[in-house]
Design a protein around this ligand. Structure first.
Ligand code: ADP
Ligand code: MG
Length: 476
């Protein structure tokens, strides 16, 4: 049987407000446990929540950026459940009338193929506290600092057909919230995480299969792995004559497996009802126009501008605009060098390669945009060859010096004095009569041998173009 995979994601993006969604308590990460939850966050008797206007503005900004319908009127609802990290006994969320509905986003797949993914809704809600299992010797600690932190839950249509598509979608949303400056995107700190809903169905069947929901995955790598092992599990279950149960599962990265957490709850289990303490959120045209005016250049717009303005391929432009930090870095390098293609190649090749290898983001790069730009300038003005530049780049990566300082201290300037190069060539020709004879008898390949010899003798510093020209001339 051929199976089709169906995936829908629920992404939780923590909104980058200073204070909580319904109180004035700080949202700063990393404070001592239970020092940042106030009476409102805990739902103590007699307190009233007051909606944070900034959280609303951020949600509206997101809605406008994905071409969605931003509701003129939305409602907060209570989602009732018991859990130790939720002392109120309910989470304030949005249910029937969310603030954002019906948007879409384009994801890039291999070979320049793109696909539109529908976004069903995005709603505002508060986060719960955190249960701590380490350091408590068989007990569980509760830290309520996170209670009341504003979240935007972004729910996709079940439009994805593979783990790769799900990762591309998650990365695109991550990039977008960073561009919009509404979420810091820090996945280690839990500011951006997702639940992946996964099902399979026989190829050609319209009806959706029963899904499992994989909870709280906080890295792109884990999303891909978790979905893939879950797909295999479901295929195994069905092919062995069983049925997939609708349930919530947990991905264990150490064992690379998913396991049952609980049977999946239905919406009616939560007894949602409109929160009587909060007014409906009413937004008018003027407000939305104001928010629209604050939208920055979005990832797709930036990509197209990079293609036009810098004459880059769609692929290059998409890599360079995948994150705002990379795009800013690139633009700064080009401003210095005026060499878009050369700069793109260095950033996408050596720089991103080294960053990936060391698990660093571009904002943590040991080589700043100014430093890389300084080096690229020296390639462009032929002070160094592309090959020597690799050594300069390594030295910049490891140490704390500019390209110019490294070139000067190591004497890496290219030899462009044709007299000096000619002298080396003459010696090499004199010392290798056999190869000269081979070349003259038509063995063109031997030419590479001579180039190699000159480079060796000049320690890589002879200008390659000059070497080629002079060699051709002398071996005629
Ligand atoms: P809940 O809030 O109970 O998890 P929703 O119906 O809101 O349920 O769906 C949540 C997510 O699950 C959405 O992203 C949706 O696209 C996805 N989804 C729903 N049904 C399926 C299915 N059969 N297979 C895969 N994903 C699904
Ligand atoms: Mg869900």
């Amino acid at each position: 049987m051929k199976w089709e995979v169906v995936i829908g994601l629920e992404i939780h993006a923590q909104l980058a407000t200073k204070s909580k969604i319904f109180s004035g308590a700080s949202t700063a990460y990393g404070a001592e446990a239970n020092t940042q939850a106030c009476a409102v966050d805990l739902g103590l008797p007699g307190v009233l929540p007051v909606l944070n206007a900034e959280a609303v503005r951020m949600a509206a900004k997101f809605g406008l950026a994905i071409g969605a319908n931003v509701a003129r009127r939305s409602i907060f609802a209570r989602k009732n459940y018991f859990y130790p990290d939720l002392p109120k006994g309910y989470q304030i969320s949005q249910y029937e009338l969310p603030i954002v509905e019906k948007g879409q986003i384009e994801i890039g797949l291999e070979d320049g193929v793109t696909k539109l993914i529908g976004i069903t809704r995005a709603h505002l809600e508060e986060d719960a506290g955190k249960s701590l299992h380490e350091d408590f010797h068989g007990l569980t600690g509760i830290d309520l600092n996170r209670a009341g932190t504003p979240l935007l839950e972004i729910v996709s249509e079940p439009d994805m057909r593979s783990a790769q598509e799900a990762v591309a979608y998650m990365k695109k949303i991550h990039s977008l919230v960073r561009y919009l400056d509404i979420c810091d995107g820090n996945m280690q700190e839990g500011s951006f995480r997702c639940d992946a809903n996964v099902s399979i169905r026989p190829q050609g069947q319209q009806r959706l299969g029963t899904r499992a929901e994989l909870k709280n995955i906080n890295s792109f790598r884990f999303v891909e792995r978790a979905i893939n092992v879950e797909i295999e599990r479901q295929i195994d279950v069905i092919e062995a004559g069983g049925e997939v149960r609708q349930e919530t599962r947990l991905y264990d990265a150490n064992k690379n497996e998913t396991r049952t957490m609980r049977a999946k709850e239905e919406a009616n289990d939560y007894r949602y009802f409109p929160d009587p303490d909060l007014l409906p959120v009413v937004l008018d045209e003027k407000y939305l126009d104001e928010v629209r005016a604050t939208l920055p250049e979005l990832p797709d717009q930036k990509q197209h501008r990079f293609e036009d303005e810098f004459n880059l391929s769609a692929y290059d432009a998409s890599v360079l605009t995948a994150s705002l930090e990379t795009a800013d870095y690139f633009e700064q390098v080009v401003k210095l060098t005026n060499e878009p293609k050369l700069s793109a190649n260095w950033i996408m090749g050596d720089l991103l390669g080294a960053l990936n290898k060391n698990d660093l983001g571009i904002e943590q790069s040991p080589v700043s945009a100014d430093r890389l730009g300084g080096m690229i300038k020296r390639i462009a003005d032929k002070t160094i060859s592309g090959k020597i530049a690799k050594a300069v780049f390594d030295a910049m990566w490891q140490g704390d010096a500019t390209a110019d300082a490294i070139i000067a201290s190591k004497g890496l300037q290219q030899i462009t004095d044709s007299g000096a190069i000619e002298k080396m060539i003459d010696d090499i020709i004199a010392n290798n009569p056999q190869q000269v004879a081979q070349y003259k008898s038509g063995k063109d390949k031997v030419f590479g041998f001579f180039v190699g010899q000159v480079m060796k003798q000049s320690k890589g510093k002879a200008n390659p173009q000059q070497v080629n020209e002079l060699l051709k001339h002398k071996l005629k």
